[in-house]
Design a protein around this ligand. Structure first.
Ligand code: URA
Length: 240
């Protein structure tokens, strides 16, 4: 059993003080009835709690797929720009969320947001080599030499060597758009790899992480909740 104000502050994305205020104002229901008692004991597994009409999720961790738009930064806070957390709907907000990995401000597509540090660590660990796939639109055509250079492993001007990567021309793009798969996450990696072969990336979208694909029905800027099972089975290949 857990105190209602504590439950709301850990799972509802608000501070303990805000939770107490909301409870006193009658903005919180437990099993359909308004509850104004801040220290009321609830069973997070069994009781249905709402805050301002929205269900508060009792799961220990949340996993969110965001179709990141350009113009927002992959950070928890920022002085001048909107962050990926700022654009989440209230129903998905909770304390402790952070983006697992980062996309550049102008990159769009699949971003995972979670409050599960352990998962993020496993997913981002360079040793895991989780493949990430991107669609890159370029200022010129992709040549056979470029495909071979990606396969051999691009080396940046400062001597940093990238792991072998796959590059395939995207059908119907006139050769100016490619699907790139990399198994690491160096800063600006895809843009820098193309720069080495003389191409500028004019648009970049991430379409998958491991076997988790961006939901093609999720419009840019929208987010949806995933289950832990989605993450473990699809992303890390763990079998229950
Ligand atoms: N590589 C880049 O250059 N930018 C991204 O946002 C992701 C990968």
């Amino acid at each position: 059993m857990e105190r209602l104000d504590k439950f709301l502050s850990t799972r509802g994305g608000i501070s303990r003080k805000e939770a107490q205020k909301s409870i006193k104002k009658g903005e919180v229901t437990v099993n359909g009835a308004v509850c104004r008692v801040t220290d009321c004991k609830i069973d997070p597994e069994a009781d249905a709690v709402t805050l301002r009409g929205q269900a508060v999720c009792a799961d220990e961790h949340v996993y969110i797929m965001l179709n990141k738009p350009a113009g927002v930064v992959s950070a928890t806070e920022d002085r001048s720009d909107k962050t990926v957390l700022d654009i989440l709907p209230d129903s998905l907000r909770r304390k402790g969320l952070f983006p697992a990995g980062r996309l550049d401000k102008d990159t769009e597509g699949l971003l995972l947001i979670t409050d599960d540090g352990d998962l993020a660590h496993r997913m981002l660990s360079p040793k895991k080599h989780v493949p990430k796939r991107y669609i890159a639109q370029l200022d010129g055509v992709i040549t056979e030499e470029m495909i071979r250079a990606f396969e051999a492993g691009i080396v940046f001007a400062d001597g940093t060597a990238c792991l072998p990567a796959q590059l395939a021309v995207q059908e119907g793009s006139g050769g100016k758009s490619g699907v790139v798969t990399i198994c690491e996450g160096k800063y600006h990696q895809v843009k820098k790899m193309f720069a080495v072969v003389g191409r500028k990336v004019v648009h970049l979208q991430r379409i998958s992480i491991g076997n988790l694909y961006l939901d093609s029905n999720l419009p840019i800027g929208y987010a949806k909740k995933l289950t832990k099972l989605d993450i473990d089975t699809i992303l890390l290949g763990k079998i229950y």
